[in-house]
Design a protein around this ligand. Sequence first.
Ligand SMILES: N[C@@H](CCC(=O)N[C@@H](CS)C(=O)NCC(=O)O)C(=O)O
Length: 219
Amino acid sequence: MITVHHLNNSRSQRVLWLLEELGVPYEVRRYERSKSLAAPPELKRVHPLGKSPVITEGDLTLAETGAIVSYIAETHGGGRFQPEPDSADWWRMQHFLHHAEGSAMPPLLMKLVFARIPSQAPFVVRPLAKALMKGVDTHFLAPRLADLLDYWDASLAGTGWFAGPQPTLADVMMSFPLEAAGTRVGFGQRRHLPAFVERIHARPAFRAALERGGPYAYA
Ligand SMILES: N[C@@H](CCC(=O)N[C@@H](CS)C(=O)NCC(=O)O)C(=O)O
């Protein structure tokens, strides 16, 4: 049986959600973030990087959400949550599987980290730190994030899903960047992004995953 090593308020919500969608039995081992949001050291006993999600099943220990959702779909999914192999939608799904962590999350994480810097800087340099971070935000992050949000909004415009007419692993992977963007950046006038987040949160499998994993700040 799959064990999900689940950190509160984290990317591993996606893994629980997929397992619920596919009706795959699993166990959850919960870990709590510290005040600084770090994962607890016990996670390093599961995988050397100490991040979540990690799954274990038999001899296998697997980290990285993209690899985990592919493993679950391939070994337990029976073709569900994936378009026809090698179709254009299948390749679109592959694109978003990589895009979610490779291109979408880095600027969102930078936004989170930079926003925290001024309050953690020594009192006397706080105004300087604030001005510096504002500059980075305005000139570097904001235009890049706007491009990303526009791209995601346009990608959802056709069917409401990222890779074809049905939900796929692409939607599972993109759920976290969209939820994070909604909180950290805001969607502005883009209407497909909030509709997507509402749609996935209303799915019975997403609600069931919340019950198994515990409260999730983005839901
Ligand atoms: N690209 C990795 C990122 C893993 C990751 O950074 N997970 C976060 C939770 S969202 C974590 O464990 N943070 C705690 C820490 O860095 O101490 C994935 O998708 O699995």
